[in-house]
Design a protein around this ligand. Structure first.
Ligand code: 13P
Ligand code: SF4
Length: 365
């Protein structure tokens, strides 16, 4: 039986100890009805409750395969949307704080992408020559746009495979919203840098000439991650000077120069795996979010591995950080009382086409 929603005000001022007690009690009441999916960037005081963890690709597969009725997603908004799209109709995806968005995902929206498509259509036969590819860090309606236009979704761990799929169908890719992942993917495929151009959605024709558009193979949306743009080639140089035997690993959302100067580039799951599988007593500089790096440093310390954060300043995913013990306790207690709060529900007309683009990705990768 559904009861009245418990207001968040009661939890906002709650001390952490009390929150943790209430999280444990509510979870025990919910049992197998609930599953907690956590992204690698989730803060430690919430991550400790994860049933399942992973990068975006792994989490999208996990969401498709769980049988729990309630999926509490400790991540950001687009991840919870993917969980809703991939899960069965009777399952419910919940995001403990609706303000946990992704600033990169917000750099593209449907109106701007549709305008881009129209403007490209004035220069080239866009439907015949361009495959739209959206990074999973995007709203559901952009995934639906890709579904409708013969396009596909990619993540940081399968972007190369997905780009190969896309180029096998049409000669160009429109890649949004992360220019850095797009450029790195193209570079790894051997596409010359001058055949990758940046589409600025705030300028007419993306700030490009018709000639530039005709010559381009990859059209890269002008978007980026505010966390990963903090890492600089100078940080790598300083590390290499101090530790000539050290190894550098970065996420492909970092700038092109940071990726090029790294020994390894890959998704969060790839970063975790690579360092865990590395030889004992190795030293690592890591270019990705701080919560992941701190956790990993702790986990491999006993093997003599030293894991250092790339930037001298704190770079956290401040939006994912919003999912704190207070929001988790509030969410779980409401769910245990039979009240669904913060459900993420993708509208039916978007869900079908977004699912098509996601299924294409899962089939290919
Ligand atoms: P992963 O797919 O590597 O987990 O990356 C998601 C993300 O948002 C990184 O900033
Ligand atoms: Fe989005 Fe950047 Fe946070 Fe990843 S780290 S979820 S890209 S804002």
């Amino acid at each position: 039986m559904q009861t009245a929603t418990i207001s968040f005000d009661k939890f906002n001022q709650l001390q952490d100890d009390a929150c943790h007690q209430r999280i444990r009690t509510a979870r025990a009441r919910l049992g197998n009805e609930v599953v907690l999916l956590c992204h690698h960037y989730q803060r430690a005081d919430v991550y400790q409750y994860a049933d399942l963890t992973g990068d975006s690709l792994k989490l999208s597969r996990l969401a498709a395969n769980t049988d729990s009725r309630l999926i509490v997603f400790c991540g950001v908004h687009f991840m919870a949307e993917v969980a809703d799209i991939m899960s069965k109709p009777d399952q419910i995806a919940v995001l403990p704080d609706l303000a946990a968005g992704c600033s990169m995902a917000d750099m593209a929206n449907l109106a701007k992408v549709e305008r881009c498509w129209r403007e490209l259509g004035e220069v080239i036969e866009v439907d015949q020559v361009v495959t739209p590819v959206t990074y999973i860090n995007s709203a559901a309606d952009l995934k639906a746009f890709c579904g409708e236009h013969g396009g596909i979704v990619c993540t940081s761990s399968n972007a190369g495979t997905i780009a190969t799929w896309a180029f096998a169908r049409r000669e160009k890719i429109l890649f949004f919203p992360d220019q850095h992942l797009g450029r790195w993917t193209g570079f790894k495929m051997g596409i010359p840098l001058d055949e990758m151009v940046v589409w600025d959605p705030d300028l007419e024709l993306g700030g490009l000439s018709p000639q530039q558009i005709r010559a381009a193979r990859l059209l890269l949306w002008k978007g980026h991650c505010s966390v990963h743009q903090m890492f600089q080639p100078a940080h790598i140089l300083r590390f290499r000077n101090q530790h000539p035997d050290g190894l550098v690993i970065s996420h492909p959302e970092c700038s092109f120069e940071v990726c090029r100067q790294s020994d390894f580039v890959g998704s969060t799951e790839h970063i975790v795996r690579t360092i865990k599988d590395a030889a004992a007593n190795t030293r690592w500089l890591v270019g990705t979010e701080l919560n992941l790096v701190n956790r990993l440093a702790e986990e491999v310390r006993h093997e003599g591995k030293i894991v250092q954060f790339m930037a001298p300043t704190v770079c956290m995913c401040s939006t994912m950080q919003r999912i704190d013990p207070q929001h988790l306790a509030w969410t779980l207690e409401n769910l245990a009382d039979g009240t669904v709060v913060n459900q993420i529900r993708v509208p039916e007309h978007e869900r079908e086409l977004a699912r098509l683009a996601l299924d294409r990705m899962l089939d290919v990768s």
